[in-house]
Design a protein around this ligand. Structure first.
Ligand code: NAD
Ligand code: UDP
Length: 357
């Protein structure tokens, strides 16, 4: 046991990022309590830790109060992939808002530090690239992504109000697209989709023309950033961008994954979902200064590790894993030929006084 062993609560610890965080905290010698309702997380992600006497797993939904004794809280509970969070949007807002209130109340009672897993979705479809923490964002409050985007924005508001009003020691991390082993194979996110499709020799589904960009961070780098932020002095609250600033188009990502897997899969262009951000790149100047942190795992290396993971998973049998989540049916626009633009696609518009024809 280490001298400064802490009791650490990780909500959403059975999910993709949470399970890596639990693993790293245990490896650092801490006592970890993972709380999860297994909405998108799995017991399989917990298998490496179940024999560890310093690990405890509690099935609990954080939209209900929780009474435990810990020194630090990482609040990660919330489905992260668009398919998952749009499946039950009311619950998504609840986990962000009620869940944050419950966890902040717990931190207030315990006088413990609490870190919020916020997101680059705070910036919506950004008009500034890269996005610094000072950018206020461009978010649609009534679209299909709003339950997540606005839920996370409200959670940030709650964190800062608990800090100002009740002196809770908060840390807010704005996480950009993160990938790696233990992503859910059916979660619909672009990295897991493209890898599983390549390994199955199915066409890679690009939404829109593939010119939209994202910046992908390997999970080990992200977890290291989260722990460094938790360990900052109490006066540092964030918000702090954590992500890899190397930006690629979705088309470039598809080509890289096809090369790495040696797959003969083609490309299928589908309609672009509403409010899909056109560009996203973190400005990590603040994280470099405050945490002395920047990502170290190049995209190609991280993708190879993720491909190896999914290759093993597919051999094991994906249906045994959890097939509750199905891919959405999307309109196919073109196969293999690249396309210049896709649309129009249906949008939720504010209503007018003119009745529909
Ligand atoms: P994930 O879906 O794999 O993990 C989320 C976990 O939260 C799951 O284990 C799920 O079962 C659990 N959960 C959901 N609702 C719950 C509830 N009411 N009570 C208890 N547990 C609940 O997602 P992830 O990629 O690991 O993301 C973790 C966190 O990081 C999320 O808060 C997400 O918003 C944030 N984040 C992730 C990314 C990314 O690229 N992965 C980017 C930005 C932010
Ligand atoms: N995307 C895609 N094909 C897929 C899944 C996603 O082209 O099979 C696109 C999606 O439209 C978005 C980008 O990839 O532009 C990243 O999507 P993801 O769901 O991984 O994350 P987010 O949109 O939340 O950043």
């Amino acid at each position: 046991m280490i001298d400064d062993q802490k009791r650490i609560l990780v909500t959403g610890g059975a999910g993709f990022i949470g399970s890596h965080l639990c693993g790293r905290l245990l490896a650092d010698g801490h006592d970890v309590l993972c709380v999860d309702n297994f909405y998108t997380g799995t017991k399989r992600n917990m298998l490496p830790f179940l024999d560890n006497p310093f690990f405890e797993l509690l099935r609990h939904d954080i939209t209900f109060p929780l009474f435990v004794e810990v020194d630090e809280i990482y609040n990660l509970a919330c489905p992260a992939s668009p398919i998952h969070y749009q499946n039950d949007p009311v619950q998504t807002t609840k986990v962000n808002v009620h869940g944050a209130i419950n966890m902040l109340g717990l931190a207030k009672r315990l006088k413990s530090k609490i870190l919020q897993a916020s997101t680059s979705e705070i910036y919506g479809d950004p008009t500034v690239n890269p996005q610094p923490e000072t950018y206020k964002g461009s978010v649609n409050p009534i679209g299909p992504r709003s339950c997540y985007d606005e839920g996370k924005r409200c959670a940030e508001t709650l964190f800062f109000d608990y800090h100002r009003q009740h002196q809770v020691k908060i840390k807010v991390a704005r996480i950009f697209n993160t990938y790696g082993p233990r992503m859910h194979p059916n979660d619909g996110r672009v990295v897991s989709n493209f890898i599983v499709q390549s390994l199955r020799c199915e066409p890679l589904t690009i939404y829109g023309n593939g010119f939209q960009t994202r910046s992908f961070c390997y999970v080990d780098d992200l977890v290291d950033g989260l722990i460094r932020e938790m360990n900052t002095p109490d006066y540092f609250t964030g918000p702090l961008n954590l992500g890899n600033p190397t930006e690629s188009t979705i088309l470039e990502l598809a080509e890289l994954i096809l090369n790495l897997t040696g797959s003969k899969s083609g490309i299928q262009y589908n309609t672009l979902p509403q409010d899909d951000p056109r560009q996203r790149q973190p400005d990590i100047t603040l994280a470099k200064q405050v945490l002395e942190w920047e990502p170290t795992v190049p995209l190609q290396e991280g993708l190879q590790k993720t491909i190896d993971y999914f290759d093993d998973l597919l051999r094991e049998g994906i249906d045994k894993y959890n097939s509750r989540w199905q891919m959405p049916k999307m309109k196919v626009v073109a196969i293999n030929d690249s396309i210049k633009s896709v649309g129009p696609y249906p949008e939720t518009q504010p209503s007018t006084l003119i009745p529909p024809a």
